[in-house]
Design a binder for this molecule. Structure first.
Ligand code: GAP
Length: 514
């Protein structure tokens, strides 16, 4: 494939062509950073949700789920810190009139230095062959050391500036580093300003400040305010978790890169309530569990990496991201945060209600600590989709586009295809459909040559094509074609169910993720 940028473009156009993702309200030229999931997209999304929900809720006796409202009492967002601190530092370029996140400009600058270090290491590895010791090279090579020092200095200056809310220092850093508008090269910047990311609207007929209500910027707060309801009604004992999947809204300054950064998106979050003092051990547990969950999908072990946060959010005492190798490079896919007792304590203070846990073992009452796992469903969708997209050169010289979607997540599990549209083959194919449809999402198609129908199923990631031919009528057998290998096998109709079940099983994924 030409390059990664090219790949993202291809994924976007493929998504639209086959019904995975459409631009929102496209007949009106679309709305920036809003997307609609089409007929296949919604199936893939539902399968990702199920994989997450089953791994988190069904596989853990001490985790339960909820579905809280998007609208919450406005004081929630005072208590959570979002009204005062959910800001991004923005900067405008006076020439191009384009708006950027100052922190992102700085991060991208750092990323460029990191790439130079990686290249240096790659070159040396080639030069030294098997004898190459990367750790030693990193700690002794003067070029690498100089560049690493540059990175550390930038990160420290930025961290201090943000901690001290010194936006002038952030602007100074951008000037000192000579950062230019990525689109135009202009260095004519405005000052840096803070911009609150919450969407506001009005409640019912109440106007003015009294009626202001927010669209939730994270689902987590719906869990915190229900901590006591769930703990008491479910007679939950610490440690226990509450999971939720739902929409969140952020007025992102720059929303781009398809469904990677949207203003309306979906999160899958889990808050794990624990005894204070045990956060380190649970933070490690959830880091390991979540990375296993990702790797069980088979998208490639080297497609993930952890990134520890330098600038911690207002609620966290430790935090990291699981980054995925998207077409535009490694980016955040999921966050794991040790949130201390910040949220529950703050809700106690603002609501005047006690949000404690009586520990029968120690006979004391305390505000639990929380470790959170938070993954963007749309980002997970993009990870799966972009990883799955492959253009293959076949032995006969032809080409195919195949979506190697993990079979358990594939929108359609099998296509049932009568070889011809006559001689009783469609009727037989319908009989097979009738039997399989109770357990699998199956698709029927009788139009066009069989080869073209196979290609269409490859392009939407269907793991199996079942072809009904004249022999089927005599022997009750069909050919089953496997998407990735394109091998075909003749099997008994009575075996279809178990063959498909085995390959598309969510269970085997869940077992691997354990
Ligand atoms: N409750 C913690 C929280 O919301 P976050 O790191 O701000 O933490 C968690 O968000 C995840 O939500 C991210 O890792 C990302 O996958 C997803 N996410 C955040 N903003 C997003 C956006 N604008 N569009 C799509 N996904 C987003």
């Amino acid at each position: 494939m030409a390059n990664q940028d090219d790949k993202l473009k291809k994924v976007i156009s493929h998504s639209k062509e086959y019904g995975f993702v459409f631009p929102s309200s496209e007949i009106y030229d679309g709305l920036s950073a809003a997307y609609d999931y089409g007929q296949l997209g919604v199936e893939l999304k539902n399968n990702i949700k199920k994989y997450w929900w089953d791994a988190m809720v069904k596989m853990h006796e001490n985790i339960v789920g909820i579905d809280a409202a998007i609208f919450m009492h406005p004081t929630t967002w005072k208590a959570s810190g979002h009204v005062d601190a959910f800001n991004d530092p923005l900067i405008d370029n006076k020439d191009s009139k384009k708006r950027y996140r100052a922190d992102v400009l700085i991060e991208e600058h750092v990323e460029k230095i990191k790439i130079k270090i990686d290249k240096e290491i790659e070159k040396a590895a080639k030069r030294f062959g098997d004898a190459f010791d990367e750790e030693q090279f990193r700690s002794t090579n003067p070029n690498v050391l100089r560049r690493q020092q540059q990175i550390d200095e930038i990160n420290n200056t930025f961290k201090t500036a943000m901690e001290q809310e010194d936006l002038a220092a952030v602007k100074q850093l951008i000037d000192d580093l000579g950062i230019a508008d990525p689109d135009t090269g202009s260095k004519n910047w405005t000052e840096v300003r803070q911009f609150n990311l919450m969407f506001k609207t009005e409640l019912g007929a109440v106007s003015g400040d009294a009626g202001i209500i927010y669209l939730r910027p994270e689902t987590a707060q719906g869990i915190f305010v229900n901590y006591l309801n769930v703990q008491k009604s479910g007679r939950m004992k610490l440690p226990f978790g509450i999971a939720q999947i739902g929409k969140a809204f952020r007025n992102e300054i720059i929303a781009r890169q398809f469904i990677f950064r949207m203003r309306e998106f979906e999160q899958m979050e889990m808050q794990f309530f624990i005894k204070p003092g045990t956060q380190g051990e649970w933070y490690d547990y959830w880091k390991q569990y979540r990375i296993k969950w990702h790797k069980a999908l088979g998208l490639g072990e080297d497609q993930y990496r952890f990134h520890d946060h330098i600038k911690l959010a207002h609620y966290a005492d430790a935090a990291c991201d699981i980054e995925f190798n998207f077409p535009m490079g490694f980016r955040e896919l999921e966050g794991i945060h040790s949130r201390t007792d910040f949220d529950l304590s703050s809700h106690e203070e603002f609501s005047g209600k006690k949000l404690r846990y009586f520990d029968p073992e120690s006979n004391e009452s305390y505000v639990p600590y929380v470790v959170e796992t938070s993954i963007g469903l749309d980002r997970m969708f993009l990870a799966v989709l972009s990883n799955a997209y492959n253009e293959e050169q076949l032995e006969d010289g032809s080409e195919r586009v195949v979506m190697n979607i993990p079979p358990a997540l594939a929108p359609v599990k099998a296509a049932v295809l009568p070889l011809v549209k006559k001689d009783g083959l469609p009727e037989k194919a319908r009989e097979i459909m009738e039997d399989l449809k109770y357990d699998f999402n199956v698709f029927y198609e009788e139009k066009d040559a069989i080869g073209r129908r196979y290609r269409r199923q490859d392009a939407i990631g269907t793991p199996f094509c079942i072809t009904v031919d004249h022999e089927t009528l005599e022997t009750n057998t069909v050919t089953i074609r496997e998407r990735d290998t394109m091998t075909q096998e003749r099997v008994a109709i009575s075996d279809l169910h178990s063959i498909i079940s085995h390959r598309v099983s969510m269970r085997s994924l869940l077992e691997k993720a354990k």
